[in-house]
Design a protein around this ligand. Structure first.
Ligand SMILES: [Zn+2]
Length: 351
C-alpha cells in the first residue's frame, strides 16, 4: 500500500476499525464521523495529500483512498442504523407495559374508626327514635356555658381549660350547646343525639386538644330515671354486640341533677384478668356521663321545666372506638398513617 505523506491508508483504516469497535452510542458515532469523514478528518487529509504523490502512484493511491472512504461511509451508516435500532428497542422496553404483571396493591377506602363509631352509635340511637343534630364548633359562651348552668365562676370557664377567641367566642368544650340550640329551635318533646368535635386545653398520652363526643338529649313529660338507664344499656349492648354488665355511679355535672356515670364490664377481659391492659384489673370501664337534665337547662331551652323533664348523656367517641377496635394509643387516632387501621379495622379489606 502506498504511503501518503505521514498518513498511511492502512493506519487510518486500522484506527477507524478500533474506534468503531469501541463506539456504544450515536453521540460517540458522530464524533468518529467527524474525526474520519469530516471536513478536517483523516480521509480529507488523505485525499488532499494525493496531489503530492508522484503521478505513477497517484492513480492507485486515489483508488485506495476512495475505496476506504466508501467503506468508512458504509460502515458508519451501518453502525448508525444498528445503534439507532438498539436505542429504540431500549426505549421501547423501558416504556413497555407488561400486562401479565400482577396489579399493585390497592387499598379500599374506609371510614376513620371514630367516624365509623359515630355512625354506628347514631344509627343505634336513630333506631330508638332519636334524630341527629349538629351545631357550630365556634360557639358563644352563652350557649356553651351559661345555658348549661355553668356559672361564670366555674373552673371549666377558666382560660386554662377553654380555647377563647379574642372576641370572646370559644371553641366549644362539649357538644351540649347543640342541645340548647335544638330545644330553642324545636321545643319539646325532643330526642336528639349531637355528635361532633370538641376542644379543650389538654394534650398528653390520654388527652387530645380536639376529641369527638356524642351527647344525647331526651325531653318529654314525666321521663323516669329508668328510661335513661334502659336507653344507655340498650345503646352499649347494641354497640358492642353483646349483653354487658352495668354499674351506675353517682356523680356531678352542672347541667344534670341527679348525675351519674356509667361503667360497663371490661369488653376486653369481662373482669377475669387482673393484669388487663384496658381495665387495669378493675373489670370496669367508664364510658359515659349522664343525668336528669337540670331544670335551669330546660328553662334555658325555653321549655317549661314544670311540665317537661328529661335526661342527657355524653360519651367519648374516641374512647368507644378504641374499646371496640382494640386501639391502644389515643394518638393513633390522629396519626396520618392509615395502614394501622387498614390492618386492624373490622370490615376493611386490603385488595
Ligand atoms: Zn379488663
Amino acid at each position: 500500500m502506498p504511503e501518503v505523506n505521514d498518513l498511511n491508508i492502512s493506519a487510518v483504516k486500522q484506527s477507524f476499525d478500533t474506534a468503531l469497535r469501541a463506539v456504544s452510542n450515536l453521540d460517540e458515532l458522530d464524533e468518529i464521523r467527524v474525526r474520519f469523514a469530516g471536513k478536517k478528518g483523516d480521509l480529507t487529509l488523505l485525499l488532499r495529500s494525493l496531489g503530492k504523490l508522484p503521478p505513477e502512484q497517484r492513480k492507485q493511491a486515489g483508488q485506495e483512498v476512495n475505496k476506504l472512504r466508501d467503506e468508512i461511509e458504509n460502515r458508519l451508516n451501518e453502525a448508525a442504523t444498528r445503534l439507532r435500532d438498539a436505542e429504540n428497542e431500549k426505549q421501547e422496553i423501558a416504556s413497555r407495559i407488561d400486562v401479565t404483571l400482577p396489579e399493585r396493591g390497592r387499598t379500599a377506602g374506609a371510614f376513620h374508626p371514630v367516624m365509623q363509631t359515630m355512625h354506628e352509635i347514631a344509627n343505634i340511637m336513630q333506631g330508638l327514635g332519636y334524630s341527629v343534630a349538629t351545631g357550630p364548633e365556634k360557639e358563644e359562651e352563652f350557649y356553651n356555658f351559661e345555658c348549661l348552668n355553668v356559672p361564670p365562676w366555674h373552673p371549666a370557664r377558666d382560660m386554662q381549660d377553654t380555647f377563647y377567641f379574642p372576641d370572646g367566642t370559644l371553641l366549644r368544650t362539649h357538644t351540649s350547646p347543640v342541645q340548647i340550640r335544638a330545644m330553642l329551635q324545636y321545643g319539646a318533646p325532643l330526642r336528639i343525639v349531637c355528635p361532633g368535635k370538641v376542644y379543650r386545653r389538654d394534650n398528653d398520652t390520654t388527652h387530645s386538644p380536639m376529641f369527638n363526643q356524642m351527647e344525647g338529649l331526651l325531653v318529654d313529660k314525666n321521663v323516669p330515671f329508668s328510661v335513661m338507664k334502659g336507653t344507655m344499656s340498650e345503646m352499649m349492648n347494641a354497640f358492642f354486640g353483646r349483653s354487658l354488665k352495668y354499674r351506675f355511679r353517682a356523680s356531678y355535672f352542672p347541667f344534670t341533677e341527679p348525675s351519674m356515670e356509667l361503667d360497663i364490664e371490661c369488653v376486653e377481659c369481662s373482669g377475669h384478668d387482673e393484669h388487663c391492659r384496658v381495665c387495669h384489673g378493675t373489670g370496669w370501664l367508664e364510658v359515659a356521663g349522664m343525668g336528669m337534665v337540670h331544670p335551669n337547662v330546660i328553662r334555658a331551652g325555653k321549655i317549661d321545666p314544670d311540665v317537661y323533664n328529661g335526661f342527657a348523656f355524653g360519651i367519648g367517641l374516641d374512647r368507644m372506638a378504641m374499646l371496640k377496635y382494640g386501639i391502644s394509643d389515643l394518638r393513633l387516632l390522629f396519626d396520618g398513617n392509615v395502614s394501622y387501621f387498614m390492618s386492624s379495622f373490622e370490615g376493611a379489606k386490603s385488595c
